[in-house]
Design a protein around this ligand. Structure first.
Ligand SMILES: [Cu+2]
Length: 243
């Protein structure tokens, strides 16, 4: 009897800590309510060990003037919704060509490490207009009051932080960058596992985003690019217009 009871208690404990997967859609379609630049839903509840699965399904859909869209999931803070949080998580930029082409959609799995306080994030894509300032922000475990404040602070931001974060952030971490990348989807500014401490930590390919993004406000130079490899991709995306 005693033994049975302890076994079922164990089984129950196993169930209680089961890992839930919570989907968040990254981007939408032009025709969806709220338009392309949003996370859906933009505030989810998640417990420790749950996985928030970001699905990069957003794309221009049938909007002919937009050929591709870039999105990211980048950790920020309540006080500065559109600036990278130091040592924050980051998916890197993911370019989605069209709804039809990005199939299956790239996904990014973020495991919750700390569910005791809200986690905040934004999309750092600056084109055709900075997504963060027009509502492409989201939260995990935020209450309604804080969420409203977060949205209000982000609203109108024209200079979202562009630094590349890491897969491992504060309160949540990922073990791999977004994937799969098929049918024209591309990733760039791909974060390494952990934040570079200090200078370039090697790996070479990106020449180090401006050594330290000293402040969130570095004027209107956000698009004068820091990583040469990104320039071409941004240029490609420059063709976008919001008609
Ligand atoms: Cu975006």
């Amino acid at each position: 009897m005693y033994k049975l009871a302890s076994i079922s208690a164990l089984a129950f404990a196993g169930l209680a800590s089961a890992q839930n997967v919570i989907d968040v859609q990254v981007g939408s379609t032009q025709d969806a309510q709220g338009g392309i630049f949003q996370f859906i839903p933009n505030n989810v509840k998640a417990s420790k060990n749950d996985v928030v699965r970001f699905r990069f399904t957003g794309a221009p859909g049938n909007h002919r003037d937009i050929v591709s869209v870039v999105f990211s999931v980048t950790q920020s803070s309540l006080a500065k919704p559109c600036d990278n949080l130091e040592n924050g998580f980051d998916s890197g930029w993911v370019l989605i060509p069209t709804a039809a082409a990005a199939n299956p959609a790239p996904e990014w799995n973020l495991t919750i490490i700390d569910d005791s306080k809200p986690l905040w994030f934004y999309c750092k894509a600056p084109l055709p207009v900075p997504h963060c300032g027009i509502g492409m922000i989201g939260a995990i475990n935020a209450d309604d009051t804080a969420m409203a404040s977060f949205q209000q602070t982000a609203n109108g931001n024209k200079n979202p932080g562009q630094a590349v974060g890491a897969l491992v952030g504060q309160g949540a971490s990922a073990s791999a960058p977004p994937g799969p990348l098929t049918n024209g989807a591309q990733a760039f500014g791909v974060p390494s596992a952990t934040a570079a401490s200090g200078g370039d930590s090697g790996s070479g390919s990106d020449s180090g985003s401006t050594p330290s993004p000293t402040a969130g406000d570095d004027g209107n130079g956000a698009l004068t690019l820091y990583i040469s490899g990104l320039a071409a991709l941004f240029a490609a995306v420059m063709g976008i217009t919001l008609a």
